[in-house]
Design a binder for this molecule. Sequence first.
Ligand SMILES: *Cc1c(COP(=O)(O)O)cnc(C)c1O
Length: 328
Amino acid sequence: MPKIHLVDTTPLIALNRLEQHLGGKHTILLKRDDIGGIGGGGNKLRKLEYSVAEALAQGCDTLITFGALQSNHARLTAAVAAHCGLDCVLILSKRVDRQDAFYTESGNVLLNDLLGADIHVLEDDQDPLARADEFKDALVRQGRKPYVIPFGGSDALGALGYADCAQEIAQQAEGRGIRVDHIVHASGSGGTQAGLIAGCERSLTGARVHGISVLAPAPALQETVHTIANGARERLGLPLGEKATDVIVEDGFIDGGYGVVNEQTLDAVRLLAETEGILLDPVYTGKAFAGLLHLLRTEEIPQGDTVVFLHTGGMPGIFAYTSAFKAA
Ligand SMILES: *Cc1c(COP(=O)(O)O)cnc(C)c1O
């Protein structure tokens, strides 16, 4: 499968102080996919290694993608476009109900502009997919070759980036004589979880992948992940998964909706910052970390097990939610 190189091997670090803080019952590691690569880093880069390789192979000159106003995926697509000498059209929606200037102007909004993307903010009643089609048609009429990347870069192709990540974790764990029992991470559009699941079946058998939903109720996200994972399995020559209900999703940490934050999430962000000096974000990784704390405290992840928390990035979101942190 053609792939461009955007991220080097990311560190797998021990969180000893957090382990102690939680009573020393588990081994907790952090896979730092928040750092490295370009555009500030984050999980979308591994997916873009595959989707942008396909765009380049097809001779495309413009990337089109979508997201919320503060989408990390949009920001990283803009960065990869700049890196590869492509144009980038971002179609952003105001789906999150925040109007303060931190949200509308700072964080990823500021970075998208610095990265030179052509940004279009939709009115509430506009459909992003229909709008993308219009942009695509208009570009084609001008003799351009646009390539549309799906929401969050999440399709079977993009998911292969996270099958690679599972393999990387397997190699790092093996090198240190560690058995990985669980991987826990923020799950939104589903490509990360789908890729990890397929990747674990290939190279890290025995590890359970827990997606902490930031957006959809468990049955819907399980269905999405299941479909994408089967697409990835097909590409990797693995046997297909049978049931969507085999996908492990925890949907108790969505807090009121995508991009909506409450105290539990903000507290989780503060806890890791204060115990380990590691920065999470309020939209994805803060919720996932709140979910991890729950799984550890309730021993749904049993005592003695080793868990890898995948840090998927999103740090610019801290600045976008300045007023939420101030209010808490
Ligand atoms: C997009 C994103 C996720 C979720 O990844 P999906 O593949 O969309 O499920 C998690 N964390 C961060 C920081 C993200 O930007």
